[in-house]
Design a protein around this ligand. Sequence first.
Ligand SMILES: C[S@@+](CC[C@H](N)C(=O)[O-])C[C@H]1O[C@@H](n2cnc3c(N)ncnc32)[C@H](O)[C@@H]1O
Length: 287
Amino acid sequence: MTDQAAERHARQVQAWNGPMGEQWAASEARTERGLAPVLAALMDWAAPSPGMRVVDVGCGAGGTTLALANAVAPQGHVTGLDVSAVILEAARARLAETPNVTLTLADALSWRLEGAPADLLFSRFGVMFFGDPVGAFANLRRSLKPGGRFAFAAWAPLAENPWMDIPYQAALSALPPPAPPPPPSDPFEPGQFAFGNPGRVLRLLHDAGYPAARVRPFDFTMRFPGDDPARTAAGLANMGQTGRLMRDQPEAARAWAAEAITRAITPLVQGEWITLPARVLLFDARS
Ligand SMILES: C[S@@+](CC[C@H](N)C(=O)[O-])C[C@H]1O[C@@H](n2cnc3c(N)ncnc32)[C@H](O)[C@@H]1O
């Protein structure tokens, strides 16, 4: 791994163990509701079945791990792997009564499954944060049995995700000049949209030793409460790319940006909801 990749990777591990991780753990219920269509699509795509050994990579607060544990029960087993102590704590609380799960605090770049290899590696949005994606994919492959599958979901590019792009552009337009350049300046910088180029991800998987891989887009709708647009805007202002942009701004600028997001989403209220299009890429690689 190059020094630059190691530095990027360390930044991500630190971020997931800091405020970003705390925020993810705290917003678990809301995130789970919003991302339920992705979980359903990815479960269909990955097809976990009773008796399988599965690894949930970057398992987060436990929602995906629980769905997998139910799908492989009673004999199957799921290992939830995550690098964030604070997020894994939320998963431990949620999965305390689920017998066929092991939760492990470790880095996908270096962790190795003990015992028999897995039938399936699974991840909803847990793989775009690797500073050295080829190294991490190759390392994970060592825990997968020959012919096993690695099925994961990653976000399509920001421009194809109006649920994030609309608040992000509104926030950018409201910030005092000179507006910061839209991060990430390097499109492949680890982060929410790092795997938006499907051809690149297929190449990374190939270079990591997966002889066959495929991808397909999955479109769905993100629904946010429409009764109080200002409150919904405050939530959107904290998420992903927009959250990163806002974090370094002074208090007044944050307030202007939140107002701009409110103005952008208010015309989109339909009945109880604000609905915005979202696109995800589903990948499937064979070991
Ligand atoms: C966007 S969250 C997704 C969580 C969960 N998969 C879900 O869909 O709810 C990304 C997760 O990946 C984890 N993660 C990031 N880098 C990781 C690494 N190198 N090894 C293991 N987990 C990692 C983070 O701590 C975080 O929990």
